[in-house]
Design a protein around this ligand. Structure first.
Ligand SMILES: [Zn+2]
Length: 133
């Protein structure tokens, strides 16, 4: 039996930092981190740690899912407001579409996004899971 990389990464995810960018000119914080500020275009941007917790502002259930992601359908795409007010567009996992509601408390975690079996490539990314308030 092989080690489940998903499990290894899930454990790693507990210590995972949610990183965003902060502009040194207009001081706005954004996610995902970019090399240029999306607000003023300034290139002097530093990485900052974002709070992992937030709440759902709005969400959409996506039933038509691109190839490679189909086993995950439907995907719940949500706009999440973090505790510091930064808004993040991400996907929710470990929750049924009918259980999602506006204001639901969620937390960022690192999860497998897709797997390319021929190459053995597994890509991980940030997803949000429901948490107790
Ligand atoms: Zn800026």
């Amino acid at each position: 039996m092989r080690m489940s990389p998903a499990r290894v990464w899930r454990e790693k995810g507990a210590r995972y930092r949610l990183e965003g960018g902060k502009c040194k000119k207009c001081y706005k914080v954004f996610y995902p981190p970019k090399t240029a500020c999306p607000y003023c275009g300034n290139l002097d941007v530093e990485k900052v740690e974002l709070p992992k917790r937030g709440k759902v502002l709005s969400f959409a259930i996506e039933h038509s899912v691109p190839e490679g992601y189909r086993h995950q359908a439907p995907i719940i795409v949500a706009l999440i407001e973090l505790e510091n007010g930064v808004k993040v567009l991400s996907t929710l996992t470990d929750v049924k579409p009918e259980e999602v509601y506006i204001g639901m408390p969620v937390e960022a975690t690192l999860r497998r996004i897709w797997e390319e079996s021929d190459e053995g490539v597994i890509v991980y990314g940030i997803k949000f899971v429901p948490v107790e308030q």
